[in-house]
Design a protein around this ligand. Structure first.
Ligand code: T3D
Length: 261
């Protein structure tokens, strides 16, 4: 069986590619399993300090493989079960103790769009677009779409994107704050690799703690968040990378972070 997920190891980071290009990398059950496994293996590798996610072929990801969830004569598929898989994936991406860069190389539709939004820094090729395709088939945005969209682009745009299911081009997505940057197509992978390599040399634990703080901020009061920042900062302050960062600053040299406790 062809590999639905490809993993390339680079110095300090791994590239994970969705690999069903003839289906525009639409996700089926096997691909979910392989993607979770690839993320878990990256997480278990002490040398891996960043992840780069992208798609093989002309698309990033067309969301759920609709052939797998078509309504049959014996009734509708168990979408709760399907959604549990996606929820596990989104939770895992958010909780990874390292930065996740997403290089959106082509169309990102449905769950494919929202998986990209679950990553920490999203770059997209200028020719790529994002489609909240769910309304086209009678569904609602999932994979955290109803959570990410209003927070990233505001309620008015979020609702229109979800209800109209119109494509948003990468440059507009960047203008609206849906993603970090739109990049010339022929520069996308070079820029994404440079970013992943740069992140792999940063203070990994500090980045992981910042991710936790941002996620918690979504529901915390300012008061609670200030306490959390105090505690997480204390944790960051006990890492060798903090000691090294300060030393390097005082010695006017580049810091040599290890990402270790
Ligand atoms: O279980 C549940 O449903 C709950 C979970 C939901 C999560 C979701 O993601 S729901 C949303 C699912 N995704 C979509 O609705 C998007 C469907 N795809 C499209 O609308 C279009 O393919 C695109 C706008 C993404 C791209 O259009 P285009 O014209 O560039 O390509 P195409 O010709 O439509 O697609 C190329 C091939 O990929 C084609 O197959 P063929 O004709 O060459 O044999 C097409 O059928 C296949 N493909 C594209 N998307 C999917 C797919 N096959 C299965 N599932 C797909 N999602």
């Amino acid at each position: 069986m062809p590999m639905t997920i490809l993993v390339e190891k680079h110095q300090g980071y791994r590239q994970i590619s969705l690999n069903r290009p003839d289906r525009l990398n639409a996700l089926n059950a096997e691909m979910h399993r392989a993607l979770i496994a690839a993320l878990s293996e990256a997480e278990a590798d002490a040398e891996c300090r960043a992840i780069l996610v992208t798609g093989a072929g002309r698309a990033f990801c067309a969301g759920q493989d609709l052939a797998d969830v078509a309504v049959k004569d014996d009734g509708p598929p168990d979408l709760k079960e399907v959604l549990e898989r996606y929820n596990g994936l989104v939770r895992k991406l958010r909780a990874l103790a390292m930065p996740v860069v997403c290089a959106v190389n082509g169309v990102a539709a449905g769950a494919g769009a929202n998986l990209a939004l679950a990553c920490d820094i999203v770059l997209a090729a200028k020719s790529a677009n994002f489609i909240q395709a769910f309304a086209r088939i009678g569904l609602i945005p999932d994979c955290g779409g109803t959570w990410f969209l209003p927070r990233l682009v505001g309620a008015a745009r979020a609702r229109a994107l979800a209800i109209l299911a119109e494509p948003v081009a990468a440059e507009r997505a960047a203008e609206w704050g849906l993603i970090w940057q739109a990049v010339d197509d022929d520069r996308l992978m070079a820029e994404a690799h440079a970013l992943a390599a740069r992140l792999a040399r940063q203070a990994t634990i500090g980045i992981a703690l910042a991710k936790r703080a941002f996620d918690a901020a979504e529901t915390n009061t300012l008061d609670t968040q200030l306490d959390l920042e105090r505690d997480l900062q204390d944790e960051a302050g006990h890492t060798p990378d903090y000691a090294e960062g300060v030393r390097a600053f005082l010695e006017r040299r580049a810091a040599n972070f290890t990402g270790r406790r």
